[in-house]
Design a protein around this ligand. Structure first.
Ligand SMILES: O=C(O)Cc1cc(O)ccc1O
Ligand SMILES: [Fe+2]
Length: 440
C-alpha cells in the first residue's frame, strides 16, 4: 500500500468527530482541499476530482462493470412478497443466533428477518441481523436500497466510510445513509447485531412536542466522522453493491476511501444510547413507548412512522398504584424488539441479549406470567425503583411485516414462546362483584 494517512493502524483510537444532527458540516483531511465558493471548479485544489457525495482523488465511477456476486448471498430481501416471505400474526421470538466458526464478514453474516414494502418503490423497511467474526477485506459495501441503522449487540464495529471513520461499540448505534460506501472491521472477532433498513426516507429526531426544548436524544450527541482518506493502488479491490436486495460486485484498483474533504448534511453518524435523556410518567400509569423514540423515519401521514427506533434504557420507575411493566396490549404498529444487554422488564426469561421478538399489528402481547405474578405479589408497596443494567430497543412500523422463511424456520426460533402467557389465570371474582352490587 502506498502513501496513506500516517495513523492508519491507530486511526480508530481516539477518533475525533464532528457533532450535530442534520447539520451542514465540512471536513478536510488536508487543509484547503475543499473547493471554496463553488462545488465544481474547473480545477480542484491539489488536483482532486469533485464528486457529488464526495470530493475524491479519483471519481467512484472508475470501476469495471457490476456482475452478480458469486456465491450469491440469497438471504437479503428488499421487496417483500410471497416469493420470499410469509405472513403470520403469531407472536414470534428467537434465541440469540450463534456466531459461526467459519470466517464470516459483515456482508456474509447479514440476513433479513422481516420487512414490508419495496426498495424499488422507495417505501418500506427491512429488519436484518448479522452474526460475523471477521473484518471485510479489500472490499466495501454500498447500499443502493436504503439507509442502514446498525445496532451492534456484541463486538465493536470499526466502520470506514467515504466521510471518515466511525468507531461503534455495543450500546451505540450507527446510521449509514443510502449510497455511502463503507467497510466494517470487527476488532473483537465474534460479533452480532441488528440492522433496520428504511427505503425512501431518512431518520429524523422526533418532534419534542410538549416536552419542549430539551430531552430524549440531543442533536449534539450525534457524531459525524472527520474526513479521512487513503491513497495508492489497491489491486483487486471489490465494490459490493446492494441493489434490489441482490448483491453485485465490481473491481477497481484503488480504495473508495479516497475522499480528502467533504461538506454537506448527508453523512454517516453514530450515537451513544447512554446519552439518551428518558422521559416518563412521574405519577400514575405507563407511557406509550413512543416517548422513548431516539430516531424516527416518517411516512407522509403526520405522526405515523415508517420506522421508529425506540429504546428502553435504565431509568426510575416511580408510578403509584400502577401496573408498572408494559401493559397488555395490541396495537396498529408492528413491534420488532431486540436486547443489547441485561434483561427486559416485561419478560422474566426467554428474551435474551442478542435475541429478538416480533409482535405484529394487532397481535396481543405483554408481560409473561412470571412478571405479572411478581408485580401483583409486590402490590401497592412498590417503592420508587431503578431498573439498571438494561438496554432493550424496538423497531416499530406502521407497515405489517412479512417474515423470511429462514427466520420462521430458524433453529433459534422459540416455538414455545406462547407458553410464557398460557399460565395467566383469571382473577375475576364474580362473587365479590355480586356482594358489592347487592350493597348498592
Ligand atoms: O411490547 C413491548 O414490550 C414494547 C412496549 C413497551 C412498553 O413499555 C409499552 C408498550 C409496548 O409496546
Ligand atoms: Fe408492545
Amino acid at each position: 500500500m502506498a502513501a496513506q494517512n500516517d495513523q492508519l493502524d491507530s486511526s480508530f483510537n481516539d477518533l475525533d468527530y464532528l457533532s450535530g444532527f442534520g447539520n451542514s458540516l465540512e471536513s478536510e483531511a488536508i487543509a484547503g482541499a475543499l473547493p471554496r465558493g463553488q462545488n465544481s471548479p474547473l480545477l480542484c485544489p491539489y488536483g482532486l476530482y469533485a464528486e457529488q457525495i464526495s470530493g475524491t482523488i479519483k471519481p467512484s465511477v472508475t470501476h469495471e462493470p457490476f456482475a452478480p456476486r458469486s456465491p450469491s448471498h440469497g438471504k437479503l430481501v428488499s421487496e417483500f412478497n410471497d416469493s420470499n416471505s410469509v405472513t403470520t400474526p403469531t407472536q414470534l421470538r428467537w434465541r440469540p443466533v450463534d456466531i459461526p466458526d467459519r470466517p464470516t464478514d459483515f456482508i456474509d453474516g447479514l440476513f433479513t428477518v422481516c420487512g414490508a414494502g419495496s426498495s424499488f418503490l422507495r417505501h418500506g423497511y427491512a429488519i436484518h441481523m448479522y452474526t460475523a467474526n471477521k473484518s471485510m477485506e479489500n472490499c466495501a459495501l454500498c447500499n443502493a436500497d436504503g439507509d442502514f441503522l446498525i445496532v451492534p449487540q456484541k463486538g465493536r464495529l470499526w466502520i470506514t466510510t467515504e466521510c471518515g471513520k466511525l468507531h461503534v461499540s455495543p450500546g451505540e448505534i450507527a446510521v449509514l445513509p443510502q449510497g455511502f460506501r463503507f467497510s466494517v472491521e470487527m476488532p473483537d472477532g465474534p460479533s452480532r447485531g441488528y440492522v433496520a433498513e428504511i427505503f425512501g426516507t431518512h431518520f429524523q429526531l422526533p418532534d419534542l412536542g410538549p416536552i419542549g426544548a430539551n430531552g430524549l436524544a440531543a442533536s449534539r450527541d450525534f457524531l459525524v466522522p472527520k474526513a479521512w482518506f487513503e491513497d495508492g493502488m489497491r489491486p483487486g479491490y471489490t465494490i459490493v453493491q446492494k441493489y434490489g436486495g441482490e448483491l453485485f460486485t465490481a473491481k477497481q484498483d484503488f480504495s473508495p476511501f479516497n475522499v480528502v474533504a467533504w461538506h454537506g448534511n448527508y453523512a454517516p453518524y453514530k450515537y451513544d444510547l447512554s446519552k439518551f435523556c428518558p422521559y416518563n410518567t412521574v405519577l400514575v400509569d405507563h407511557s406509550d413507548p413512543s416517548i422513548n423514540t431516539v430516531l424516527t423515519a416518517p411516512t407522509d401521514k403526520p405522526g405515523v412512522a415508517l420506522l421508529d427506533f425506540v429504546i428502553f434504557p435504565p431509568r426510575w420507575l416511580v408510578a403509584e398504584h400502577t401496573f408498572r411493566p408494559p401493559y397488555y396490549h395490541r396495537n396498529c404498529m408492528s413491534e420488532f424488539m431486540g436486547l443489547i444487554y441485561g434483561g427486559y422488564e416485561a419478560k422474566a426469561d426467554g428474551f435474551l441479549p442478542g435475541g429478538a421478538s416480533l409482535h405484529s399489528c394487532m397481535t396481543p402481547h405483554g408481560p409473561d406470567t412470571k412478571t405479572y405474578e411478581a408485580t401483583i405479589a409486590l402490590g401497592d408497596e412498590a417503592k420508587p425503583h431503578k431498573i439498571t443494567n438494561t438496554m432493550a430497543f424496538m423497531f416499530e412500523s406502521c407497515l405489517m411485516p412479512r417474515i423470511c422463511l429462514w427466520a420462521l424456520n430458524s433453529p433459534f426460533r422459540d416455538h414455545d414462546y406462547y407458553q410464557c402467557w398460557i399460565g395467566l389465570k383469571s382473577h375475576f371474582k364474580l362473587e365479590d362483584a355480586a356482594v358489592q352490587n347487592a350493597q348498592i
